[in-house]
Design a protein around this ligand. Structure first.
Ligand code: GCU
Length: 579
């Protein structure tokens, strides 16, 4: 069996075509990776002793309980640092035999990192990647009765993976986002998307999964815009719903003033609906322009950690709280670092009128010369763009974070950028570049990657990792590309509630003083299109161990891991509200 994309899950849920499999599952730890071996395990079989002498050396029914969605690390103290395989099991009870005219899939919002799916003991598919969604077809396998769904998830870091051996975030493992059983008509819309191109046209695509060609009607019911699209199974049919003039009937989505339109994609036996915003985005020299208005990105970086508890974020409640903090900050932009976040985040950003940068976890030391690594990178790029290319909030696809320039790296990332543009030519492409100042605090970016991206992301830590605080305000950042620069990271650390001199590191005053100087520096830039300081909230990482201060958390947050606001929050907020 193979993996597939199922987009518009929100639509299938609201149509009642989805049964949530979230809740309490059973789990068996498998640090040695022997769970599939029949001799001593064979967990996929979910076996029971068939006679008194039958040797079965496991039992899901009496193994530990585990909540889905959720990382395993924060559910049991002994799992906090666990890296290896965990075998999940859930019984699916089917009331009636399947409707032969429909198809069934199990959809995973994400699972970190390598996931192998079994149903009733049969291996169905394997997915590699920790942050994109995927589905496995189970049509014809769910007769009335109980079925054993067994899912093996392995989060071990590997040299040839994306991300690879080291990341300044916690290696949360498991079924980290929702799992659902989805049914569709025999011939259904596997993908359907709609967005606004820089020239004001409304463009989109539909992909039919079925047997015969069909006509798909795409319409905005609250306008007279509609088009009939001829779709052949398995081939994406692209279309122009409206030219720039006709598209004017659709009120624009704007930062801070979001407008979402109902969209209907109607095939012969399948209808999918969505709520989509329409805006243009482009660059003009070193300025980012949204709906023909130069737009300075007043942003903040965000990791996919919930508002409290130091756990992997998932679902609407986390999204609403985290993005609510960004709105309180006066932000119009969020950098969703360093990987694809839960779909709830970009849908909430749509609703809040927040612009968004979304990113692949091509982070630090990637095996750029490895073809298999690139193949997985392209798969993850597909998942990133296919899921979110109807989201007005998303204006930037980011290919990487802080990767050292080399020929292999440039070739690898040029392929990723090319795939972004093939899947979606309407948004901007970027990457966060590692920079170090020359001694006179001038940074002139010449990274060849700047040729292929539209916006130059710059991570800089003047006043924290290097440079004196006095030198920050006079720092100058330019590039050879005449493209917008976005300070994709900047800032410093502080322990919430730790107060003292602003010369004393880890005090809130120290962090605030860095922000004050960084803000002066931003005001003096000539090529800066915006900023997303690092970072909204303290987050877990095994790299930060200072007892009493870090204790396993990166403290560059403007709020603590429990949501308590530090002085620097107010400093950045005042700056954004002054613009
Ligand atoms: C790096 C990196 C982040 C990291 C941050 C830091 O630039 O991109 O993932 O957390 O700096 O050092 O805190």
């Amino acid at each position: 069996m193979s993996l597939t994309h199922l987009s518009n899950m929100t639509s299938r849920r609201s149509a009642g075509d989805s049964q949530s499999l979230d809740g309490t599952w059973r789990a068996i730890l498998d640090p040695y990776g022997i769970g599939h071996a029949a001799l001593v395990a064979g967990y996929q079989n979910d076996a029971k002793p068939e006679h008194p002498g039958h040797r079965v050396e496991y039992d899901f029914d009496t193994s530990r309980e585990i909540e889905v969605p959720g990382d395993w690390n924060t559910q049991y103290p002994e799992l906090l640092y666990f890296e290896g395989s965990v075998w999940y099991r859930r019984i699916i009870t089917v009331d009636a035999d399947e409707d032969p005219s429909r198809r069934s899939f199990i959809h995973f919002g994400a699972a970190n990192h390598t996931t192998r799916v079994y149903l009733d003991g049969e291996e169905l598919a394997t997915h590699v990647g920790g942050f994109g969604d995927f589905a496995v077809e189970v049509t014809g396998r769910l007769a009335a009765g109980d079925h054993s769904l067994v899912v093996m998830v392995n989060n071990r870091r590997e040299r040839d993976r994306i991300p690879a051996m080291m990341s300044d975030w916690w290696n949360f493992g498991g079924l980290t986002r929702s799992v659902e059983l989805v049914t569709t008509p025999a011939s259904f819309l596997r993908d359907a998307w709609l967005t606004m191109a820089p020239d004001g046209r409304i463009v989109g695509g539909v992909t039919l999964d079925g047997t015969d060609a069909e006509t798909v009607t795409v319409s905005l019911p609250d306008t007279d815009l509609s088009i009939a699209v001829d779709a052949s199974p398995g081939e994406e049919a692209r279309f122009v719903l409206a030219d720039a003039d006709a598209a004017q009937v659709a009120e624009r989505w704007n930062p801070g003033a979001p407008v979402l339109h109902n969209v209907e994609y109607r095939a012969t036996s399948d209808t999918v609906v969505d709520q989509v915003g329409f805006r243009t985005v482009r660059v003009d020299g070193t300025t980012i322009v949204v709906n023909d208005s130069p737009t300075f990105l007043k942003g903040i970086s965000i990791h996919g950690e919930g508002p409290s508890g130091g756990r992997r974020a998932h679902g609407d409640a986390d999204a609403k709280e985290l993005l609510g903090w960004a709105v309180d900050l006066g932000a119009n932009f969020v950098r969703l670092a360093h990987y694809q976040h839960d779909e709830a985040m970009v849908r909430e950003a749509d609703r809040r009128g927040l612009l968004a940068w979304t990113e692949l976890p091509v982070y630090w030391g990637i095996d750029f010369g490895n073809e298999a690594t690139l193949a997985n990178g392209l798969d993850q790029a597909d998942e990133l763009v296919i899921r979110d290319r109807s989201r007005a909030s998303v204006i930037l696809w980011s290919a990487a974070n802080e990767t050292m320039a080399s020929e292999d790296r440039n070739t690898f990332l040029t392929s990723i950028v090319k795939r972004f543009r093939e899947l979606d030519s309407t948004r901007l492409v970027t990457a966060a570049l590692f920079t170090m100042p020359s001694d006179d605090s001038q940074v002139h970016v010449e990274d060849e990657l700047g040729e292929v991206i539209d916006v130059i992301g710059i991570n800089q830590y003047f006043g924290w990792y290097y440079g004196s605080r006095e030198s920050i305000a006079d720092a100058r950042y330019t590039s050879k590309f005449t493209k917008p620069i976005v300070f994709s990271e900047m800032g410093g650390g502080a322990k919430f509630g730790h107060h003292g001199s602003d010369e004393q590191i880890w005090t809130e005053e120290f962090q605030q003083a860095i922000y004050e100087q960084q803000i002066e520096m931003v005001k003096n830039q000539t090529e800066c299109g915006g900023l997303s300081p690092w970072i909204l909230k303290d987050f877990r990482t095994p790299m930060r161990t200072l007892p009493g201060i870090q204790d396993g958390y990166n403290r560059k947050g403007l709020v603590s891991e429990e949501g308590e606001r530090k002085l620097a929050f107010g400093t950045l907020q005042s700056f954004y509200n002054s613009l």
